[in-house]
Design a binder for this molecule. Structure first.
Ligand code: M6R
Length: 607
């Protein structure tokens, strides 16, 4: 994963690189570092931990230099120490890397045998040593040494290199991991995304897979994988230059949970016509009538959104849906047909597993649709049809508003598919559109249960394990609830189909185990409540999340959270707010780092 940035500037670049890194911290925050070159001499500062620590290091020992590279790390090979922090340096160069060098151990052995000395445990350092070896042993130019080293590297990477003795040169390459170049006035920039470059320029050129580039202050030249000079289009990026603030909330996650009524309304306004009570999808060329199957792939919360959408596509559009965790799709030898659509869901649009699954579908000539929050992302750029959500920047690592906006958009797409395929009558579409238009208000009502949820969270915080159960489309929400709790509170949690409990997990139930029961008063209610009673009969603590009717019908429970009445087909969108708040308050009670939980990153750009 990791974020990288490089600047050939007209002023001291370290402060600007730090500003760029601040915008890339969502890609990892285990350690950070900057290297610059001044009058031909390389210098660097690195620090384990968050960027704020590097900032303090730089305050104590500033870096001069008009050219520099920076890095924020999500550790893959080697623990998050200063030694393993990038940039990695030799006496000839400094290098930053995002991704994984799969053949690093073979290259490392080869270089060790030649006497090269490694200062870190990372895979990245082999790139620095390998280029150095070609500079020294074969007396190659930086450009030739770099190009030769690229032919030896396997895996996915974005790399940028600064050379001793070269005040006006950065070389960079992209294979798998994203890399964008930016053009300013007598300045050139590179970064993992356009958002990192936004404070400096909106003139952005994306490198394509296999490209590498030679950057000087006045221009950049791009080469493809065959070392042919190529032109790539410059686009005007819409990435915002502003830094998103917490606006009075203690954490971004709290702010993002409370933004949901607004951002869902914005997302719906993109897809719904409130006057005619119809869904109006943007023109994408996607024709649902031609599909005899839809495959959905995504990771984490986006995958759970896809699981919920499977119920909608099958119910309203009668399209059989296959859904895979994106990292597994390729291992299944899917028998693709020509009439199969492939939908990829990703908040960031940069998730490496999802991108790899998309490329696999491309090889099999699938019609590819993407649902993203970042319109300029790699996944959006590679899809045939792009649907966007209007969640705005999601900073908290735990996805909240993006998840519910994905659900809102997916419901609209499934309704449109149902109408196109003649399976959904106008009357039913009108009913569903009216129910969708009500969702922002229902979520706002659900958020009013905040104080009650906070009290329950104080009890949940004492648990070491928590189960979540639900039926029908609330089963995927149980998975999402468990994911939210474990990623920010570090409490072990699992989601189960309510009916599955008795097939094994019920053995875990004792008086210390809270079980969160997601059970709106719908056609599944009685069965789910029976499962809840099976928990209570074994002294488990049942926390029932339901509406007024459900809570009244269920009788006494350990704890309950009341949700507003909601259309049964859409209840997961509203009930999501309850599981998000429960996780949030449990985490704040435990005092964890809610927005940047340990070991995680917002955008997961390694496979
Ligand atoms: O950017 P994406 O939606 O592709 O990210 C997918 C997952 O990495 C993401 O949903 C992750 O599971 C979140 N931390 C969940 O809160």
């Amino acid at each position: 994963m990791c974020g990288i940035i490089g600047i050939l500037g007209s002023d001291a670049v370290a402060p600007a690189i730090l500003a760029g890194l601040r915008r890339l911290e969502y890609r990892g925050y285990d350690s950070a570092g900057i290297a610059t070159v001044t009058n031909g001499c390389l210098d660097r500062r690195r620090a384990a931990g968050k960027l704020a620590i590097l900032e303090r290091t730089l305050d104590a020992a500033p870096l001069s230099g008009l050219s520099g590279i920076g890095h924020t790390r999500w550790a893959t090979h080697g623990s998050p120490t200063e030694e393993n922090a990038h940039p990695h340096a030799t006496d000839r160069l400094a290098l930053v890397h995002n991704g994984i060098i799969e053949n690093f151990s073979e290259l490392r052995k080869e270089l060790l045998a030649k006497g090269y000395v490694f200062a870190s445990e990372t895979d990245s350092e082999v790139c620095a040593q390998l280029i150095t070896a070609y500079l020294q042993e074969e007396n190659l130019s930086p450009q030739d040494a770099f190009a030769k080293a690229l032919t030896r590297l396997r895996g996915a990477f974005a790399i940028a290199v600064l050379f001793a003795g070269e005040d006006d040169l950065i070389l960079c390459a992209r294979r798998g991991s994203p890399l964008a170049l930016g053009r300013g006035e007598d300045e050139i920039f590179l970064g993992s995304d356009a958002y990192a470059l936004a404070p400096f320029t909106n003139r952005v050129t994306y490198l394509q897979d296999g490209d590498w580039a030679v950057l000087t202050r006045s221009k950049f030249t791009i080469y493809d994988a065959k070392n042919q000079s190529v032109k790539r289009n410059e686009t005007i990026s819409l990435a915002m230059n502003t830094i998103v603030e917490k606006e009075g909330y203690r954490h971004f996650m709290a702010k993002e949970i409370h933004e949901q009524p607004d951002v869902i309304a914005h997302t719906l306004s993109r897809y719904l016509n409130p006057e005619s009570k119809t869904v109006c999808l943007p023109e994408t060329g996607l024709d649902f009538t031609t599909f005899d199957r839809l495959t959905i792939s995504a990771c984490g919360s986006a995958y759970y959104a896809g699981l919920i959408a499977k119920y909608w596509f099958e119910r309203w559009a009668k399209i059989p849906v296959e859904i895979d965790v994106a990292s597994e799709l390729r291992y299944r030898d899917v028998p693709y047909t020509d009439n199969c659509g492939a939908l990829f869901i990703s908040q960031s649009g940069e998730t490496a597993d999802t991108l790899a699954a998309l490329r696999e579908a491309r090889v099999h000539h699938q019609k590819i649709a993407a649902l993203v929050n970042v319109a300029e992302s790699s996944i959006a750029r590679e899809a045939d049809a792009v649907f966007t959500i209007d969640a705005g920047p999601e900073i908290g690592v735990a996805s909240t508003k993006a998840f519910t906006c994905q659900l809102a958009a997916l419901a609209c797409i499934a309704i449109a598919a149902g109408r196109a395929r003649g399976n959904l009558k106008a009357e039913e579409e009108g009913r569903l559109v009216s129910a969708l238009l009500e969702i922002p208000r229902r979520i706002a009502e659900a958020l009013k249960s905040s104080d009650a949820i906070k009290e329950i969270a104080n009890e949940i915080a004492k648990a070491t394990d928590v189960l979540y159960i639900g039926r029908g489309m609330n089963f995927p929400l149980a998975l999402e609830g468990a994911l939210k709790l474990k990623e920010i509170s570090y409490i072990h949690a699992e989601g189960y189909a309510a009916g599955e409990l008795k097939h094994g997990p019920i053995a875990l139930i004792d008086k210390s185990l809270p079980v969160v029961v997601l059970a709106p008063h719908d056609r599944h209610f009685e069965k789910t409540v029976s499962n809840m009673h099976e928990v209570m009969a074994r002294d488990g603590k049942a926390l029932l999340i339901s509406d007024k009717k459900g809570l009244a019908a269920a009788g006494d429970v350990w704890a309950s959270i009341e949700m507003p009445d909601t259309d049964p087909d859409l209840s997961p969108i509203v009930y999501a707010a309850a599981v998000q708040l429960l996780a949030y308050f449990t985490a704040t009670r435990k005092g964890t780092d809610v927005d940047q939980p340990r070991n995680l990153a917002k955008s997961v750009t390694v496979e």
